[in-house]
Design a protein. Structure first.
Length: 142
């Protein structure tokens, strides 16, 4: 599963999130998004995402996978961040700061994968829920 935590910007970014079927016919993984504080034209972005089969969970997404509760949001609204911590989700994933983060606040593991724009270092994150293993992956600038 792929989760984008906002600041999408353009429809072309949504296009890039959807992997096409490979030669063996394996389907793309599900894609979930929330919008960020720089996103404009949300109705158009939402419509394009829907046409691509992307789940729009804006402003806050909640999933249970492998028995783990995950809350994800952009992270620019303090009240939403506080609510997620009050829910004592297993994971709270957010963007907004463009800085990679991995820390525990009470029972919740708070994760920011970093960013691919306006960041000192470009990173994404890979989370293995079964092992509670997080890996930040550096991405080369083009």
């Amino acid at each position: 599963m792929l989760i984008h935590l906002g600041d999408i910007g353009t429809a072309s970014v949504l296009d890039a999130l959807v992997l096409r079927r490979d030669g063996d016919g394996h389907p793309s993984p599900p894609v979930h998004i929330v919008f960020g504080n720089i996103d404009e034209g949300l109705a158009s972005l939402r419509q394009h995402a829907s046409a691509l089969g992307i789940f729009v969970d804006h402003p806050v997404g909640r999933l249970t996978l492998g028995g783990k509760r995950i809350v994800f949001q952009h992270g620019d609204l303090a009240s939403e961040m506080a609510q997620a911590l009050e829910e004592k989700a297993d994971y709270l994933c957010h963007g907004h700061t463009h800085v990679a983060r991995d820390e525990r606040i009470g029972p919740t593991r708070v994760i920011n994968p970093g960013a691919l724009h306006r960041a000192r270092e470009y990173t994404v994150a890979l989370l293995d829920l079964l092992e509670d293993y997080l890996r930040f992956i550096p991405v080369r600038r083009q």
